[in-house]
Design a protein around this ligand. Structure first.
Ligand SMILES: [Zn+2]
Length: 227
């Protein structure tokens, strides 16, 4: 079978038409009300994994969530893409919530756990931040089974990326000027479709101060993961 045999986008376009028709049939303003501008309350930062579709997870319509995705739901101040999303949504759209969403069975977190640092490929470079999280938390991962270590790595990675969001100059400046903004750490389970809250909402400098001092215990529902 050649690429030409499989390049036809008709099935996708037909599915799109069906979806658009169904949405418009339920609500005639479904698309027109967001066509000219957007005012989402949420910025979602998540993994690019195909099993995790943010608007679907929360049953949200177009215009309700601004999305930044990458391999491993990483937040780095060296990543202009992520920082641009953060700046645009916080400074201009005035979003109310930043959701950092990890997911169990995350390939990036597994790679960060087990790949050798010299593994070839661009992905290995990208996940170096995951490897750093692993190394900083080696004591918490030590002695766990492979599956438990993978789950723990997912959670530790979310905590680290929440830290990075709170430490960013964009979020720090928003809190300094009194802008209402909360940062959340959540985890999705592909096998159930359910999201759980991993870190209590961080709503300002006071909360963030504790976080930035690595005093995470009081923020976490799953304190055993931070022992
Ligand atoms: Zn992933």
């Amino acid at each position: 079978m050649s690429a030409k045999d499989t390049a036809d986008l008709s099935p996708l376009l037909e599915a799109n038409r069906k979806w658009a028709d169904e949405c418009a049939a339920k609500d005639s303003t479904y698309f027109s009300k967001v066509a000219g501008s957007q005012a989402p309350e949420y910025l979602y930062i998540g993994c690019a994994d195909s099993r995790v579709s943010p608007a679907q997870l929360f049953n949200m319509a177009p215009g309700e969530v601004f999305v930044q995705r990458n391999v491993g739901n990483l937040v780095s101040n060296k990543d202009l893409n992520c920082m641009s999303c953060l700046e645009y949504t916080v400074d201009h759209l005035k979003i109310k919530h930043i959701l950092v969403c990890g997911h169990y069975n995350c390939g990036a977190c597994k790679a960060g756990l087990v790949w050798h640092p010299k593994t070839a490929g661009v992905t290995n470079l990208w996940i170096s931040d995951v490897r750093e999280v692993r190394d900083k938390n080696a004591a918490k991962l030590h002695g766990l089974s492979a599956d438990d270590a993978w789950d723990k790595m997912v959670e530790l990675n979310v905590e680290a990326q929440v830290f990075n969001v709170c430490a960013s100059p964009i979020v720090q400046a928003a809190w300094a000027r009194g802008q209402p903004l909360s940062v959340h750490g959540i985890v999705y389970t592909p096998g159930t479709g359910l999201v759980k809250e991993l870190i209590k909402p961080i709503t300002g400098m006071e909360d963030a101060g504790a976080l930035l001092r690595a005093d995470l215990k009081q923020h976490c529902f799953f304190s055993e993961s931070l022992a």
